[in-house]
Write a protein that binds this ligand. Structure first.
Ligand SMILES: Cc1cc2nc3c(=O)[nH]c(=O)nc-3n(C[C@H](O)[C@H](O)[C@H](O)COP(=O)(O)O)c2cc1C
Length: 145
């Protein structure tokens, strides 16, 4: 039991990329976001989701046990596939504490922010390093706050 208790108090971050199944409609994206925000508020999870070109890039942070549980759910979720972890790490403090799930998409206005962190003009987070993905999400989030 002591182990479980201490797990719950370790903050971790997990960042992954995946591909949406079929062409994800704006409505379906809105439903994912709503579900994420509702669940995350209940589970003490915070984070950021980027969707573009049918790719997802998401970072989630919270108690280690909850983040692991969400990872199982995400892998089983039929709305996307080919989930690949970019990074998991322990945190001293949260980096997304203001958002149960923040969200951004790439557009003409922020294309230069993406190019700053990538080797390709078209969004493809599978080709990004964890550090670049982190930089991109942070800058996209600053633009929105
Ligand atoms: C790209 C993507 C991101 C998601 N992000 C979250 C999330 O941050 N938190 C969450 O609880 N569920 C998220 N989900 C949904 C989970 O995969 C899963 O459907 C949900 O956690 C199941 O819980 P529920 O049935 O109790 O709502 C996401 C799904 C997708 C496809």
């Amino acid at each position: 039991m002591a182990q479980i208790t201490s797990d719950a108090h370790t903050l971790v971050n997990m960042t992954y990329v995946s591909r949406a199944n079929l062409d994800l409609s704006p409505k379906a994206l809105g439903e994912i976001l709503q579900q994420a925000q509702k669940n995350n508020t209940a589970n003490g999870i915070t984070g950021m989701l980027v969707f573009n070109n049918n790719y997802f890039l998401q970072t989630i942070e919270g108690p280690r046990a909850q983040i692991n549980r969400l990872l199982y759910a995400l892998i089983l979720d039929q709305r996307h596939h080919d989930l690949q972890l970019l990074e998991t790490r322990e945190l001293k403090h949260r980096e997304w504490s203001k958002w149960s799930m923040n969200q951004a998409s790439l557009n003409e206005q922020n294309a230069a922010v993406y190019l700053k962190y990538s080797t390709t003009a078209d969004f493809n987070p599978y080709l990004m390093s964890a550090e670049s993905a982190r930089g991109l999400m942070t800058e996209l989030s600053v633009q929105r706050s």
